[in-house]
Design a protein around this ligand. Structure first.
Ligand code: NDP
Length: 248
């Protein structure tokens, strides 16, 4: 069984779709009921293979309860995809991000993007260890790998932190048949990044050697590979999916 956070939209929805296609049972969470319901409709509501709830990944008790419920339903979780993420926007790109980022906004971004993946890995690792098998995939970002051209300091720091968390967890869990990897997408069109016509995207396009934005499906293909048993000698890695962009 696979657990995908933020599976109601964008990249997470495509990962859920792809893992279902590959034959896994999939459970996902997202924050808004209407998004959860819409995603369940899109995925065809296969009752015996798909389950979702409105859960905020930063609410540890709610996450723990959800994990208990899906384990009771389907047994152990073999695949964890830490995909849920937020990226606050600034309408004026010329204004300094540092001066505009409050400590409260900083804390929220770190909580969702970095602390929640840590908590979930910690929660699921013991049973993966007992089973002798697991696949953990963290969705990072180019913004955590290179000079962040659009995102704020909290987002860049959270995604850079995921690279470190991936390596540390990979080292701990490698002897137990569990791999931990990170995917670092560049600009992928989704609700988080907006429409291709937006000014910020027009300037982003010029930095991508392949000359277009990525799709959520392209990220999902890589996630599905890393989630599969054949990706058995890849751990602690961060795979860039950026159309050739590596930033300044
Ligand atoms: P979207 O904004 O399209 O979707 C994000 C999903 O995460 C939504 O389903 C949302 O729930 C859910 N979510 C957000 N906060 C929480 C929370 N606290 N608890 C539970 N679920 C939550 O994002 P993308 O698909 O674009 O991005 C997915 C991941 O990929 C993120 O980690 C992002 O940082 C990363 N990424 C995206 C890039 C891009 O270009 N799109 C580039 C690089 C990285 P709801 O639907 O209810 O709002």
């Amino acid at each position: 069984m696979a657990l995908v956070t933020g599976g109601a939209r964008g990249i997470g929805l495509e990962i859920a779709r792809r893992l279902l296609f590959d034959g896994y049972r999939v459970a996902f969470v997202a924050t808004r009921t209407e998004h959860v319901e819409r995603a369940l409709d899109i995925l065809g509501r296969p009752k015996d293979r798909l389950y979702a709830e409105k859960i905020d990944v930063t609410q540890d008790n709610d996450v723990g309860g959800f994990v208990d419920r899906i384990r009771a339903r389907w047994g152990e979780i073999a695949i964890l995809v830490n995909n849920a993420g937020i990226s606050p926007k600034r309408s004026d790109q010329d204004v300094s991000w540092l001066s505009q980022t409050s400590p409260e906004e900083w804390a929220r971004v770190i909580d969702v993007n970095l602390t929640a993946p840590f908590v979930l890995i910690r929660l699921l690792a013991p049973t993966m260890i007992a089973e002798g098998y697991g696949r953990i995939i963290n969705i990072g970002s180019l913004a955590g790998r290179a000079m962040p051209m659009i995102a704020g300091p909290h987002y860049a720091a959270s995604k850079a932190g995921l690279v470190g968390l991936t390596r540390a967890a990979a080292r701990d869990l490698a002897p137990h048949g569990i791999t931990v990897n990170c995917i670092a997408p560049g600009r992928i069109l989704s609700d988080l990044t907006g429409s291709p016509e937006a000014a910020v995207n027009r300037s982003a396009l010029g930095r991508i050697p392949i000359g277009r934005f990525g799709t959520a499906e392209e990220v999902a293909h890589v996630a599905a590979f890393l989630a599969s048993p054949i990706a058995s000698f890849i751990t602690g890695a961060t795979i860039d999916i950026t159309g050739g962009e590596f930033g300044a």
